[in-house]
Design a protein around this ligand. Structure first.
Ligand code: ADP
Ligand code: MG
Length: 333
């Protein structure tokens, strides 16, 4: 039931739009785990015996999470990548996602490009569009992703043990470093700009790494709000302290070339939008994972206590002037 006065139908017609751009998209076609997709009141998912469903929702709002008038292909690709990253963080295998789309108007070219971007990321993540909702209003997207994970094997934020290593799944800070390029505030040579913009616009969820960490990592999450803030979540949920050695936090050559050492470090520690995994790992698993080629970079360790401590190259604690992004500000400083 919708209130006629507040829910204005897009020009194209809501049902035509859904049928043409979403139900017809290749990512909306039948696939493993989806018993019923777009077109009915609910989708139906088939969860294998012995597995659990992992579910996560993310909302992206124009002007808050992406520029006001983004490229629709890149927007769709990024929105889905960001959402699926939560499945990677739990060690889950993607099954399906829903898309609640609020649009100021129904422009055919815009929708076509948007659907193509969605298709591209959906194919890379092997996830299918199973339903959604379409309304008119200021541009925003809400994606809900569904994945499956063997019962009891999901990687959670709780479980880090004193003595574990603290690791990340690769270089950090590129997406935050790309923000000036995204907003058109700065330009640079393609060899530097392209890798940074790619990390912003098409964050590839570390799905394979997440699944490889099942039964090995003791706690995990994907870094969305910045390494320091997100490590704080693992520390709090696990009832431990995390020590991060600043010199071991990996940064890309492109970021260093673009932003210089000090600003790059700030991006890597607090910038957000990385969508790399951060996890705690018993020392015994490190060599096997690295030899198998997984991008496991040790940046610190788990000790008794609480909170996150950053150490400089001399092993001295660094005062933390910055933290991750929070929409409603900090409760205390
Ligand atoms: P209802 O009124 O029963 O909620 P809708 O008319 O909103 O159904 O949607 C009709 C069908 O189209 C449903 O299966 C819904 O999941 C799907 N759908 C609506 N919008 C989208 C979208 N943006 N992307 C994918 N599927 C959508
Ligand atoms: Mg609906």
């Amino acid at each position: 039931m919708k209130f006629a006065l507040t829910s204005v139908k897009p020009v194209l017609g809501e049902f035509e739009l859904i049928r043409h751009y979403f139900a017809a998209a290749s990512c909306a076609q039948a696939g493993e785990g989806v018993a019923l997709g777009i077109g009915d009141d609910c989708a139906l998912l088939q969860v294998p015996v012995g597995e659990q469903l992992a579910i996560s929702t993310d909302t992206l709002v124009a002007g808050v999470h992406f520029p006001e008038s983004p490229d629709p292909f890149l927007l769709a690709q990024r929105a889905l990548g960001v959402s699926v990253s939560d499945l990677a963080a739990m060690g889950a295998t993607p099954v399906g996602f829903t898309l609640a789309l609020t649009l100021p108007s129904a422009d055919a070219d815009w929708l076509q490009a948007f659907a193509s971007g969605l298709d591209r990321m959906a194919q890379q993540c092997a996830i299918r569009l199973i339903g959604g909702d379409t309304t008119r209003g200021p541009l925003s997207l809400t994606l809900t992703v569904f994945g499956r994970v063997p019962a009891g094997m999901a990687l959670t934020r709780k479980g880090a043990h004193v003595g574990d290593l603290l690791c990340v799944g690769g270089e950090l800070g590129d997406a935050a470093g790309a923000l000036q390029l995204v907003l058109g505030q700065r330009e640079t040579e393609p060899a530097v700009a392209e890798p940074l913009l790619a990390r912003y616009w098409s964050p590839m969820p570390q799905l394979d790494l997440g699944q490889a960490l099942r039964g090995k990592a003791t706690a995990a999450l994907d870094i969305s709000d910045g390494l320091l803030a997100d490590c704080g979540h693992i520390a709090a949920a696990s009832g431990v302290a995390l020590i991060i050695e600043q010199a071991r936090v990996p940064m890309s050559a492109a970021l260093l070339a673009f932003a210089g050492e000090s600003a790059s470090r700030q991006c890597a520690l607090s910038g957000g939008d990385d969508y790399r995994l951060a996890f705690t790992l018993p020392t015994a698993h490190l060599a096997d994972l690295q030899q198998a080629g997984w991008p496991v970079r040790v940046i610190g360790r788990v000790v008794a206590g609480e909170g996150v401590t950053l150490l400089d190259a001399q092993g001295q604690p660094v005062k933390l002037p910055f933290s991750g992004y929070q929409h409603f500000g900090r409760v205390s400083d």
